[in-house]
Design a protein. Structure first.
Length: 327
């Protein structure tokens, strides 16, 4: 995979505080852009992309409220193979509608919307009525000077209890792989500079892991990210997310992205685990035989540990070369 900028050694030493910028909501018409200015990204520079699959009960009010607050913005609804009247309702409410002939997935819909978008910034918003237009406005106000702004769901946001343990496990795993604490890994409300997103679009999956992947890719390449506190309401209708299915897929995807951007983070751990098993096997050999002895399993584990370490070094060199070529 390719298409991402070089990450310097200086970037690896950045702390959590310098990489992230929290921007709290303000009542004024301007937000700090992190450089001392108060410019706001204008709505006519924003394309709002809304993926929708069988959301006839919610899509109308969502589009109408966004159109009322942001009449200059480009509003795109990607109808992902819906079997109900989602497309017709969205179009009647004032959105540009792009339809997939069959359901291709949340991420595929966002990719389609991103490619269709014609403005400098792309804002992703869910179609189920969970996001308020006030939060959308705060995201837009905070975007100037940043490559991505992510809405961070608070404790008072609606979240199904059944999903919380899985989300917690995913967050802990992602924090380790990223090397820093991530305020919200997979928030559906986010705004990204389009020219930046296009560099990573080939990495984005077709499923629900699109949000997670975009967050992880931006973090791993030291992009400027701002985090905005938001409140999420209960969705209209039934969710199509299946934690038992999408959770393991997301974990595997994060592992693959880490191997792509920072392979030693994975291979050193794997090599270390094998080395520990090697030492344990050697200790057992000594206890059983009563003398210094290397059994077949000990030798095999030791060789495997060394090979994994060397393979990690090779992958790290390949990753660095790709960053150099696509700087």
């Amino acid at each position: 995979m390719s298409g991402f900028p070089r990450r310097t050694s200086r970037g690896r030493r950045r702390t959590w505080a310098t990489k992230f910028q929290w921007i709290l909501p303000k009542a004024s018409s301007g937000q700090s852009n992190g450089t001392g200015g108060t410019r706001i990204v204008k709505a006519d520079n924003v394309s709002i992309v809304i993926p929708a699959f069988n959301e006839a009960g919610a899509i109308g009010p969502v589009v109408e409220s966004l159109r009322a607050r942001l009449p200059e913005a480009e509003l795109i609804v990607v109808n992902d193979g819906s079997s109900d009247d989602t497309a017709a309702i969205a179009q009647a409410a004032g959105a540009m509608v792009i339809s997939h002939p069959k359901n291709r997935g949340y991420g595929a819909a966002l990719r389609t919307g991103t490619l269709q978008a014609s403005r400098a910034y792309v804002l992703f918003c869910d179609s189920d009525g969970q996001h308020s237009t006030d939060d959308v406005m705060r995201i837009i106000e905070a975007c100037d000077g940043h490559d991505m702004v992510v809405g961070v769901r608070g404790q008072d946001s609606h979240a199904p209890l059944a999903r919380r343990p899985g989300k917690r496990i995913l967050t802990i795993f992602a924090d380790y792989l990223a090397g820093e604490k991530i305020p919200d890994l997979n928030s559906g409300l986010r705004m990204i500079r389009r020219e930046v997103l296009l560099k990573y679009l080939h990495l984005m999956p077709s499923g629900f892991s699109f949000s997670t992947t975009s967050t992880f890719a931006m973090l791993k390449t030291n992009r400027h990210i701002a985090w905005i506190p938001i409140t999420v309401a209960a969705r209209v209708g039934q969710s199509t997310v299946r934690q038992w299915k999408h959770g393991p897929q997301t974990l595997l995807l994060l592992l693959r992205l880490t191997v792509l951007f920072e392979p030693l983070k994975v291979f050193l751990v794997a090599s270390g685990i094998l080395a520990c098993f090697t030492l344990a096997s050697f200790a057992i050999d000594v206890v059983v035989s009563g003398r210094f002895n290397l059994g077949d399993s000990t030798v095999l584990l030791g060789v495997a540990s060394l090979l994994v370490f060397l393979f990690g070094l090779l992958c790290d060199q390949v990753s660095a070369l790709r960053r150099e070529l696509h700087e």
